[in-house]
Design a binder for this molecule. Structure first.
Ligand code: NAG
Ligand code: NAG
Ligand code: NAG
Ligand code: NAG
Length: 457
């Protein structure tokens, strides 16, 4: 027994020292599985050394004569606090850790009783200071990547337009992006406006059919519920209970998720490697990640056709802007909207990426194919961290034509179904051909109308 205590003490010390470090080693090994609660730095690890680093060689225009003529950036807000519901789950988990242990020793539980619950319900999803920096830094990096269009001259000339969702975290992210530019160029004599447009940036709230058939319909996410009750998840919950010396019947999926979220928020908000992270090894984290990916897949991704169709308005808005820039350029006029910065949500980006066919696996994600989906491309941890950004860059390449390059999180994307080396920078007319069915259809009003009740047919 003496020996056992001594052994526990040693581990406790090491763990404690480890979790208070703030250098790179203190990033929990499970940080790359945090879905939409992950840091942008985990997606682009070179940013951990230098948050303003850019890799211009990853942009590969087909020739040196290519000139940027337009950029649309659809950006998710930066790091935010948990929502009120998540905070309530965190509180419940913390209370169970404090009050409901069995007689058994648990060094991890001891460590967690020293942890102070500091999240409060009124934080409800607000942007945090780190989130302000996420957007400021992104603005500076994008101006380094695209110096000829994200320039002081274009900003002062009113050629950079800002559109945002009305949510406070998005408005504040928009202000932060603008501040990133104005502070860099020391602009103090002018202020730049923005437009609030929820029809565009929160289309999911306005699509009645999506709301009825998916968002408010628990049967639409049946696969998620099955996975949460399945063997993989049971194993994770049981391990958490064992680590804590708590009866395993007390650790529900929601509380396991609360522990995972505590780990992710402590890292994202405070840059701390929290002891909550020690409840999960990498295999456990992959199971948690899959549960969340399943939910995104069925609620915003390929699971139901209406999920992506709800973004038809944004899709058409995007292409009409690209068309306009191409036309002005062809007529040798100045492109009136050189840059459009649109700030919204993960729920804004995912349906659009899905509509465009990105990250589509051969087989749908279900509760039963966790193992065979290990190499799936539909991975929200990589697609949608805080400040995730989808860029479409139009180039005038002279004799090589007008070309379009898509990028996600500053990495080039390849248009789906194409493997050709140049596929990431197609001729704009070929991109239009690829999406011609959507361009001539994808009518928001028609898609989002409620279908007639089958009983009446
Ligand atoms: C920059 O991008 C190029 C081309 O995509 C890639 O080969 C290279 O590894 C990248 N460099 C860094 C530091 O990420
Ligand atoms: C957990 O502990 C609290 C406080 O001691 C007690 O009121 C509650 O009944 C316990 N719950 C369970 C399920 O043991
Ligand atoms: C947004 O920013 C303003 C000014 O910096 C700040 O006062 C406010 O609390 C922020 N709001 C949210 C919801 O983060
Ligand atoms: C709810 O979802 C299920 C499964 O997708 C579907 O069959 C059903 O029609 C939906 N219910 C409503 C009210 O739309």
């Amino acid at each position: 027994m003496m020996f056992f205590h001594f052994y526990c003490f040693i581990i406790f010390c090491c763990v404690h020292r480890h979790v208070t470090l703030k250098d790179e080693e203190s990033i929990p090994p499970i940080a790359k599985y945090f879905n939409t609660k992950g840091r942008y730095e985990e997606v682009n690890p070179y940013l951990r050394q230098d948050i303003l680093a850019v890799n211009r060689s990853s942009l590969q225009p087909p020739s040196s004569q290519c000139r940027e003529i337009h950029l649309t950036a659809i950006i998710r807000h930066g790091t935010r606090y948990p929502t009120a519901k998540t905070v309530r789950d965190m509180q419940q988990l913390h209370n169970i850790v404090l009050n409901n242990f069995t007689e058994e020793q648990s060094w991890l539980r001891e460590t967690l009783t020293q942890w102070t619950m500091w999240y409060t319900e009124d934080m409800d999803g607000r942007l945090v200071q780190k989130g302000v920096e996420d957007l400021k830094h992104l603005a500076v990096r994008l101006s380094k990547l695209f110096p000829t269009i994200i320039s002081e001259e274009k900003l002062r000339g009113g050629l950079i337009k800002f559109i945002t969702s009305s949510k406070h975290r998005c408005v504040n992210s928009t202000l932060s992006f603008k501040a990133g530019l104005t502070e860099m160029w020391a602009i103090t004599d002018v202020e730049f406006g923005h437009e609030v447009n929820d029809a565009l940036m929160r289309f999911f709230d306005h699509c009645t059919r999506f709301v009825q058939e998916v968002d408010k319909n628990s049967s639409a996410v049946i696969e998620v519920d099955k996975f949460k009750q399945g063997l993989e998840m049971m194993r994770v919950q049981k391990k958490i209970a064992e680590h804590l010396g708590i009866s395993s019947s007390l650790i529900t999926y929601d509380l396991a998720e609360a522990a995972f979220l505590l780990c992710s928020y402590e890292l994202a908000v405070k840059a701390v490697n929290s002891p909550w992270c020690l409840l999960f090894d990498e295999d456990d984290a992959k199971v948690m990640e899959y549960a969340s990916d399943l939910r995104e897949f069925w609620k915003r991704g390929y699971g139901h056709d209406i999920n992506s169709k709800s973004s038809c308005l944004l899709f058409h808005d995007l292409f009409s802007r690209l068309d306009k820039a191409v036309n002005e350029n062809t007529l040798h006029q100045q492109v009136t909207e050189a840059v459009t910065v649109q700030i919204g949500h993960a729920d804004t980006l995912l349906p659009l990426l899905t509509l465009l066919g990105f990250f589509k696996d051969a087989v749908p994600l279900t509760s039963a194919n966790y193992a065979s989906q290990a190499q799936r491309s539909f991975r929200t941890s990589r697609m949608l961290p805080y400040a995730a950004n989808f860029l479409l860059v139009l180039y005038d390449c002279g004799e090589e034509g007008i070309r379009l390059q898509p990028l996600l999180n500053e990495q080039p994307l390849t248009f789906p179904g194409l493997t050709d080396q140049q596929a990431s920078m197609l001729l704009y007319e070929d991109v239009r051909k690829r999406y011609r069915d959507l361009l001539s259809g994808c009518d928001f009003e028609a898609e989002c109308q409620l279908l007639r009740n089958p009983a009446e047919v």
